[in-house]
Design a protein around this ligand. Structure first.
Ligand SMILES: Cc1cc2nc3c(=O)[nH]c(=O)nc-3n(C[C@H](O)[C@H](O)[C@H](O)COP(=O)(O)OP(=O)(O)OC[C@H]3O[C@@H](n4cnc5c(N)ncnc54)[C@H](O)[C@@H]3O)c2cc1C
Length: 206
């Protein structure tokens, strides 16, 4: 999977939102140490968590499975725009048939696991889907035989409060391995000066 951070709110926007309450704008150091400490104190320690909602991130996530996608979509306090199988399945129609050991070519479409038999069955499902498309069945119907391992991509926008919740839940050992990997990558993709807001959420990862 690959993750790109398309946009993020500078920390000073959040610290100034907090300073609105006391009208203490003159104390800002433009997103420096003082502002960072203020955000942590008010947003995290004082649990005035709604102030963290002023920090927003937009990521592009590619090469994630549909299994992961449906778990990601459970996080309601986020916005998703997802690549539509309705419009994009035709890319598979023009492929040559897939042999079960042709992992390299199939990896354009499928997320693989560390279980050989699962991966082979995924490739069989991909080949079945390709045959259905070749027969001229519409994408709207053909998509019903997509395997969960089929790759998807999306633009994902989420605020810091919700992202803390996401990282806490999804970096935990109890979460699906692929979404755990995503949570860690998301953390690594966040600008370094924002990461301190998520360190506690990520603790359970190790
Ligand atoms: C290890 C693990 C196993 C899971 N297994 C299952 C499973 O077997 N089946 C299943 O269906 N789901 C499962 N889930 C999904 C889980 O139930 C949540 O839907 C998902 O983690 C999103 O969490 P959330 O509701 O906190 O996030 P969001 O939807 O982003 O919500 C963020 C926060 O906003 C608040 N909030 C949002 N909506 C409401 C609301 N309507 N009312 C009150 N407060 C609200 C809550 O404080 C919530 O924590 C699992 C999750 C994990 C991490």
């Amino acid at each position: 999977m690959t993750i790109t951070l398309h946009h993020h709110t500078p920390l000073v926007v959040c610290s100034n939102a907090i300073r609105t309450c006391w009208q203490s704008f003159d104390k800002s150091d433009n997103g420096g140490e003082k502002d960072r400490e203020l955000i942590d104190r008010v947003g995290n320690k004082f649990k005035h968590s709604s102030t963290l909602e002023h920090l927003v991130y937009t990521f592009y996530l590619a090469g994630i499975s549909r299994a992961l996608l449906q778990e990601l979509a459970r996080h309601r306090i986020a916005s998703l725009s997802v690549k539509s199988t309705r419009y994009t399945l035709k890319e598979l129609k023009n492929e040559e048939s897939f042999a079960v050991d042709d992992k390299k070519r199939a990896s354009k479409y499928l997320v693989f696991t560390d279980e050989q038999i699962v991966d082979e069955m995924s490739i069989k499902a991909l080949e079945n889907l390709r045959k259905v498309l070749k027969k001229g069945i519409s994408n709207d119907k053909a998509k019903y035989c997509l395997p969960e391992s089929y790759k998807s991509e999306l633009t994902w926008t989420i605020n810091a409060r919700s992202l803390q919740n996401f990282i806490a839940l999804r970096s935990d050992k109890a979460a699906l391995w692929e979404i755990r990997e995503l949570a860690k990558l998301i953390y690594n993709t966040i600008p370094e000066d924002h990461q301190y807001l998520y360190v506690n959420a990520l603790k359970s990862y190790d």
